[in-house]
Design a protein around this ligand. Structure first.
Ligand SMILES: NC(=O)c1ccc[n+]([C@@H]2O[C@H](COP(=O)([O-])OP(=O)(O)OC[C@H]3O[C@@H](n4cnc5c(N)ncnc54)[C@H](O)[C@@H]3O)[C@@H](O)[C@H]2O)c1
Length: 437
C-alpha cells in the first residue's frame, strides 16, 4: 500500500522539472530518506547535476553532490524511468508566451508524458502554478485517458509551491504547505508525504481552493505594489518623498503592510500569476479589472524610470541619447541569479532603444538578451565606473559597496532608495525623489 511505503520511506519518488521548485523538493525528499528520480528535458541541467554542479542559488554544489552521495538520487530526461515511481511531483514552468498570455504547453506536455507511464496506485502531485480549476478540468482528463479512475486506481492532488528563492528566513520546512486532492484519499496521501518531509500541511477542500489561494497570495503583492508605484509617481509630481511616506505609514502597528515602490515587478511568479488569473477570470461576468490595471501600472514602470532618468541627466546637462549608462544588477531581486521577467532587463532594452550607450554589471549574471541580442556583463572596475555619465543602481545586491560606488561615479540613479543610509550626496538621486527638495 502506498501509505505504508510513504511511512517506511520505501516509496520511490519522481520529480519532473528540476528548477527552482523541483530541485529543492528533490533535495528535501532525499534528505528525508526517499529514493528520487529527477526528470528534466533540459539536457544541460541534467549534465550539470550529473557533474555535481548546482544552477540555483538556494542549493550549493555540495548540496547537489550530497544528493548523489547515498545512491538515492538519479537524473534523466526520459519519462520511462518514472514507471517504477510511487509518487510523482510535477514542477515544470507555467510561463507567459510571446504575446504575454498564459502558456500551458510545458505543463500539459509533462502531464501527457506522465499519463503515458501512469501505473495503478501512483500519486501525482502538481506544484506548478496554474489558474483555478486547471487540475480538475485540464490535468485530470489527460491523466484519465487510459481509463484509470482517480481516487481508486491512481491519486491526484494540487499543492502550490510558495518557495521564495534567496529568502533565508522562510524555506520548505517552515512555510505551511497547502494541499488538496481530487478525492479525500488523494488529499490524505499527499498530506502524508509532505508531513514525512517535515512540512506543516494545511489541507483545503478542493484543488480549486488551493489554486486560487496561490493566485490570491501573488496578485495581492502585484496589486499593492501597483498602489504604491502609482502613489510614488503622484508624490513625485507633488514634491513629496514617497519613501518617507511609506516609513511613516509603517509605524501603524495594525491594518497596514508596507510595500515599496520601484522599477516594476519581476520573477517567475508575481507578474505571471496575475496574468493567469486575469486570463481565467475574463470568461466570467465580473472580470478582474483591478488586477489587470495593477499589472499595467507595474509593467509601465520601466518607461517611467527611463523618462525620470532622462530628466535627471538633463538636470546634469546631458541628453539621454548618447549618454553612457551602466545598469548595476539585472536579476528580478537582490542576491539571487534569476533574471526572469526582470524589470532591469526591460529597462536596459528601453534605454538602448532611446539611444543611451548602455552596459550592465551583475555578479550573478554573465549574459542577458537585450532586444534579441546577447549583452555580456561588463568587467567591474574603477575605470568602468569613472567613464559613465550615470550609474543606475537597479538591483542592490549585497555584493556592491555603496560607499565606494558613490566616490567613483559622477552620477548615481538609485531605483530602490538603497543609498538613503549614506545621507545626502550631491551625485546620488533616488527614483521618485528627483522632484523633492
Ligand atoms: N521560482 C519560484 O520562486 C516559484 C515559486 C512558487 C511557484 N513556482 C511555480 O513552480 C513552477 C516551476 O517553477 P520554477 O521556478 O521551478 O521553474 P524553472 O524554470 O526553474 O524549472 C522548471 C524546470 O522544468 C523543466 N521542464 C520544462 N518542461 C519540462 C517537461 N515537459 N518535462 C520535464 N522537465 C521540464 C525545465 O527544463 C526546468 O529545468 C512554475 O509553475 C512556477 O510558477 C515557482
Amino acid at each position: 500500500m502506498l501509505k505504508n511505503k510513504v511511512f517506511d520511506y520505501s516509496a520511490q519518488i519522481g520529480v519532473i522539472g528540476l528548477g527552482y521548485v523541483g530541485l529543492p523538493l528533490a533535495h528535501a525528499c532525499v534528505k528525508s530518506g526517499y529514493s528520487v528520480m529527477g526528470i528534466d528535458t533540459d539536457l544541460q541541467k541534467v549534465a550539470k547535476l550529473n557533474k555535481g554542479q548546482s544552477y540555483i542559488a538556494d542549493l550549493c554544489d555540495a548540496d547537489v553532490a550530497s544528493l548523489f552521495g547515498g545512491g538515492k538520487f538519479s537524473v534523466s530526461s526520459h519519462y520511462g524511468t518514472l514507471k517504477s515511481c510511487d509518487i510523482i511531483f510535477i514542477c515544470v514552468p507555467t510561463p507567459l508566451n510571446k504575446e504575454g498570455q498564459p502558456d500551458y504547453n510545458l505543463l500539459f506536455k509533462a502531464v501527457e508524458s506522465t499519463a503515458e507511464i501512469l501505473s495503478p496506485s501512483q500519486l501525482i502531485v502538481v506544484e506548478s502554478t496554474v489558474a483555478p480549476q486547471t487540475t480538475e478540468k485540464n490535468i485530470l482528463p489527460r491523466l484519465s485517458k487510459k481509463g484509470l479512475l482517480v481516487g481508486e486506481d491512481f491519486f491526484l492532488a494540487y499543492s502550490p509551491e510558495r518557495i521564495d528563492p534567496g529568502n533565508s528566513a522562510y524555506n520548505l520546512a517552515n512555510t505551511p504547505k497547502l494541499v488538496a486532492g481530487v478525492t479525500e484519499n488523494c488529499t490524505k496521501l499527499t498530506q502524508n508525504i509532505y508531513e514525512q518531509l517535515g512540512m506543516f500541511v494545511v489541507t483545503v477542500s478542493s484543488p480549486a481552493v488551493a489554486e486560487m489561494a496561490k493566485i490570491l497570495e501573488n496578485t495581492y503583492r502585484d496589486v499593492n505594489i501597483a498602489l504604491v508605484n502609482e502613489m510614488a509617481q503622484i508624490c513625485s509630481e507633488n514634491g513629496i518623498d514617497i519613501w518617507e511616506v511609506v516609513s511613516a505609514a509603517a509605524t501603524k502597528p495594525y491594518g497596514y503592510q508596507a510595500f515599496y515602490p520601484g522599477p516594476g515587478v519581476g520573477g517567475h511568479c508575481i507578474p505571471v500569476d496575475s496574468v493567469y488569473y486575469t486570463d481565467w477570470a475574463q470568461n466570467g461576468k465580473i472580470g478582474a479589472s483591478l488586477v489587470r490595471h495593477a499589472r499595467d501600472i507595474n509593467a509601465a514602470m520601466s518607461k517611467y524610470v527611463v523618462d525620470s532618468l532622462s530628466t535627471v541627466l538633463l538636470n546634469n546637462g546631458r541628453q539621454l541619447s548618447g549618454s553612457k549608462v551602466l545598469v548595476l544588477g539585472v536579476t528580478y531581486k537582490r542576491d539571487i541569479n534569476d533574471q526572469r521577467e526582470s524589470p532591469a532587463v526591460k529597462l536596459i532594452e528601453l534605454l538602448s532603444r532611446r539611444g543611451a550607450l548602455v552596459s550592465y554589471h551583475d555578479p550573478y549574471v554573465e549574459e542577458i538578451k537585450v532586444n534579441g541580442r546577447a549583452l555580456h556583463c561588463s568587467r567591474f572596475d574603477k575605470r568602468l565606473l569613472n567613464e559613465q555619465d550615470c550609474v543606475v543602481m537597479a538591483v542592490a545586491h549585497k555584493w556592491y559597496d555603496l560607499r565606494n560606488l558613490s566616490s567613483s561615479c559622477a552620477l548615481i540613479f538609485d531605483l530602490t532608495n538603497v543609498t538613503v543610509g549614506l545621507g545626502y550626496r550631491k551625485n546620488i538621486v533616488s527614483l521618485f525623489k528627483h522632484n523633492c527638495k
